[in-house]
Ligand binder design. Structure first.
Ligand code: AHG
Ligand code: MN
Ligand code: MN
Length: 360
């Protein structure tokens, strides 16, 4: 087919005509982000052939050892997005501080926050990884001072666009500009992302959940209750069998949930009391929460909707429960019942001896 599918640029222009709030420089910024993702897709797909696997040797602001591809992907975003005149500053998982646009380039009105490579423990074993991005408006300022990190600290409900690229068996871009969620597949022959998944919706019901079960002993009681009920299957109070998946890449998990429903949990746990969760609010939880919300799902900490959380720092961590709406609402109810002491049966010693692998 020579001229069948809509590419991402045409999609953005058409979207701009339909939606006056989507102004030209936002579309152009998204095109720059798309170029970053294509460059990263190229590096990821060449793997060992390009010598890009393995550790970089540095530790990032999270205290995690950076992979070479973490650093290369971060550079790709900076390189492709800094010169266009659409951004005032960028921030990323791999940079301790914000990156104001260098003075040789015009300064624009948006802020870009990104996780350049998500699921990077999967890189060296050739499994799925992704990139996540979030676009915010840069607050207006009377003087000409460059933006500060405080300008980034806006709740997720203020995002004007969010998306991710999934570097899987095929490379996909999933995007929202606040008017639904659209999926594009990279056609490598012509180097274009083509619209293959218009208007993605997450089914409100599911029989599939995703959680790192090795942390079970650290989970909070409402999560233990939820998972044990799923594991009890058709003989338990849920009356149906559940399936479990864990890819260790949030991009891959969220993509699966967009395709066939499900619930993803990286809850608050007691493993390290200094960390209220594993995932980062600004460049993991918020963009994914906007996508899930736009697809009819729900994203919560258990106690609050993620999109309503006021950030207090660039790299802050947060509990994440997202996906099929009815399951996330159930988990929110379990959190409320626990806070109100209404979950007494689930606090008994008998209940607490049940584990994922033993029920005696
Ligand atoms: P990153 O590679 O950007 O640090 O993010 C990895 C995140 C997320 O993608 C995934 O859901 C989670 O960490 C996996 O954590 P575990 O290794 O604890 O399973
Ligand atoms: Mn990540
Ligand atoms: Mn990362």
């Amino acid at each position: 087919m020579l001229c069948g599918r809509t590419n991402v640029n045409k999609f953005l222009i058409e979207e701009q005509r339909r939606n006056p709030a989507l102004i030209g420089d936002l579309s152009m910024l998204i095109s720059d982000i798309v170029r970053s993702c294509k460059a990263i897709a190229q590096g990821v797909s060449r793997g060992s052939l390009a010598g890009v696997l393995g550790d970089e040797g540095q530790v990032n602001v999270q205290g995690e050892v950076q992979k070479k591809l973490d650093v290369l992907a971060n550079q790709a975003f900076l390189h492709h997005c800094e010169w266009g005149g659409h951004l005032a500053a960028m921030a990323s998982e791999e940079m301790a501080d914000i990156y104001p646009i260098p003075t040789e380039h015009p300064r624009g009105r948006y802020l870009l926050v990104f996780d350049p490579l998500d699921g990077s423990s999967n890189i060296d074993v050739n499994l799925s990884v992704g990139s996540i991005f979030s676009v915010l408006r840069c607050p207006e300022r009377a003087d000409d001072r460059p933006p500060s990190s405080a300008d980034f600290l806006q709740p997720g409900s203020r995002q004007v666009a969010a998306g991710y690229a999934l570097y899987g068996p095929s490379t996909m871009l999933v995007l929202t500009v606040g008017n639904g969620v659209f999926g594009f597949t990279l056609n490598r022959e012509i180097g274009e992302f083509l619209l293959t998944h218009p208007n993605l919706r997450i089914s409100p019901e599911t029989r599939e959940f995703a959680i790192n079960a090795s942390n079970e002993r650290f989970w909070e009681p409402p999560v233990k209750r939820y998972v044990s009920e799923c594991l009890a299957g058709r003989t338990g109070i849920r009356g149906q069998d559940f399936n479990m998946r864990w890819v260790a890449s949030m991009v891959a998990e969220v993509h699966r949930i967009l395709m066939r429903g499900g619930v993803f949990l990286y809850p608050r746990d007691s493993k390290d009391p200094a960390k209220p969760g594993r995932l980062r609010l600004m460049y993991e939880a918020n963009p994914m929460a906007m996508i899930v919300d736009q697809a009819g799902g729900l994203a919560s900490t258990g106690d609050a909707h993620i999109l309503d959380v006021q950030p207090t720092s660039l790299h802050q961590r947060i509990p994440v429960i997202l996906g099929s709406r009815h399951e996330v609402e159930r988990l929110e109810r379990y959190h409320r019942e626990h806070a109100n002491g209404e979950d007494q049966p689930f606090r008994s010693p008998l209940f607490s001896t049940r584990t994922l692998f033993r029920d005696d």
